[in-house]
Design a protein around this ligand. Structure first.
Ligand SMILES: *[C@@H]1O[C@H](CO)[C@@H](O)[C@H](O)[C@H]1NC(C)=O
Ligand SMILES: *[C@@H]1O[C@H](CO)[C@@H](O)[C@H](O)[C@H]1NC(C)=O
Ligand SMILES: *[C@@H]1O[C@H](CO)[C@@H](O)[C@H](O)[C@H]1NC(C)=O
Ligand SMILES: *[C@@H]1O[C@H](CO)[C@@H](O)[C@H](O)[C@H]1NC(C)=O
Length: 346
């Protein structure tokens, strides 16, 4: 809050900065940032990605009943650093997937940009992945983001994903503040600009309209060594239950050490953002998520893996599905959630 007041008081000191990313992997060492600064929350954290470093912007939206979803990811990542991006030399992939009630994977497409520009203004960022027709546009206080898809020729898709934030940004263990760690586990960075938002999605895919409203989410990840050298297991997701917005992570680094992160906001204010007491346990129908809020009780939620949206080689899965839960002993709610699993441990 203090920073947004300052930016109103001192507008001439706030300058938008643009960084251009070439389409091919860089040489030499990358400069990688893992400690937060007072602004630029959503800037890319590696200005010069090489063959062993990576970063990406991620956006999703899911309808309240879980029957529609869309995911758009903007990569700066060779597949030597993140194994699913499709090229060791080209880094600027955009990946778009869309789920409708007719089909779990109605649409899935990846394309490479000819270059990318990312502009940071205040805490927000805007990016253009040239040649793909995909871009995004964030306000300087991160209260709103829009993904614009103008790719009739290349992808056969046009439209927008608009988000009005309802949950404050956070880092793995803290709220948005300067000088804190942005590492989710060693060698993996995470900044969650929009833990939850009111999302409006209006797309036209090869002449067919896909429109829905629901919960929208936006974050970024990055790393200074290849993802599979850093990560053993990874269970991440987010969802909404009545007044609550939830984001959870529980996983292990490659050496088996445990790490977790849990975030809950209620009616727009953070209840918890913590790095312990967050368990994610596989069940026969999905996963149980438990976030221990100490004096305020235990938040328990059951996620059902209703729709498999992506899978690679048995080591990566993405699901959407229903979420049921609340604070143990209090009112229980029903909503929807997105969930990603990586398992490189065996
Ligand atoms: C890429 O950058 C990282 C971080 O600076 C460095 O550790 C690594 O050696 C670099 N990789 C290559 C192939 O130069
Ligand atoms: C997107 O950018 C335009 C200017 O190009 C601006 O007017 C608009 O408010 C931006 N939208 C968001 C969500 O920041
Ligand atoms: C899709 O929606 C737009 C307006 O929202 C409308 O103009 C257009 O005709 C619709 N297209 C189809 C194929 O229904
Ligand atoms: C992660 O979840 C497991 C249950 O699956 C739990 O035993 C473990 O303590 C959790 N890790 C952390 C760091 O909270």
């Amino acid at each position: 809050m203090i920073f947004s007041l300052l930016s109103f008081a001192l507008p001439t000191l706030i300058h938008a900065a643009t960084v251009t990313f070439p389409p091919t992997v860089g040489l030499g060492t990358s400069d990688v940032q893992y400690t937060s600064s007072a602004s630029s929350f959503d800037s890319l954290k590696i200005p010069n990605v090489n063959s062993t470093t990576y970063e990406w912007y991620y956006f999703d939206a899911i309808s309240d009943d879980g029957s529609y979803s869309v995911v758009a990811t903007f990569f700066v990542a060779p597949d030597t650093a993140f194994p699913f991006t499709g090229s060791p030399t080209m880094t600027l992939e955009v990946l778009l997937s869309i789920q409708t009630p007719d089909s779990d994977v109605f649409y899935l497409n990846g394309e490479f940009a000819t270059n990318a520009q990312v502009t940071t203004d205040g805490d927000g960022a805007s990016g253009v992945w040239e040649g793909t027709g995909l871009s995004f546009n964030g306000s300087s206080d991160m209260s709103s983001y829009e993904v614009v898809i103008n790719s009739a020729d290349l992808m056969g898709v046009t439209g927008t994903i608009s988000m009005q934030s309802i949950a404050p940004a956070h880092y793995p263990c803290t709220a948005n503040e300067a000088g804190v760690t942005m590492q989710l586990m060693p060698h993996v960075g995470w900044a969650n600009a929009i833990p939850d938002s009111q999302a409006t999605v209006q797309l036209e895919i090869n002449g067919q309209n896909v429109s829905f409203t629901g919960s929208g989410y936006h974050d970024m990840n990055w790393g200074d060594i290849p993802f599979t050298d850093a990560v053993g297991t990874w269970h991440w997701g987010h969802g909404r239950l009545g007044p609550y917005s939830l984001v959870w992570f529980n996983g292990t680094s490659q050496d088996g050490s445990p790490f977790a992160s849990g975030y809950i906001s209620m009616n727009g204010a953070i209840l918890a953002t913590q790095c312990s007491g967050v368990s994610v346990t596989a069940t026969s129908s999905g996963f149980d998520i438990e976030i221990d809020l100490a004096d305020e009780g235990v938040f328990q939620a059951q996620f059902s893996t209703d729709h498999e949206l992506l899978s690679f080689d048995g080591v990566y899965f993405r699901w959407s599905g229903s979420l049921v839960g609340g604070i143990s002993g209090d009112e229980q709610y029903t909503g929807s959630a997105m969930f990603d699993e990586f398992d490189f441990s065996s």
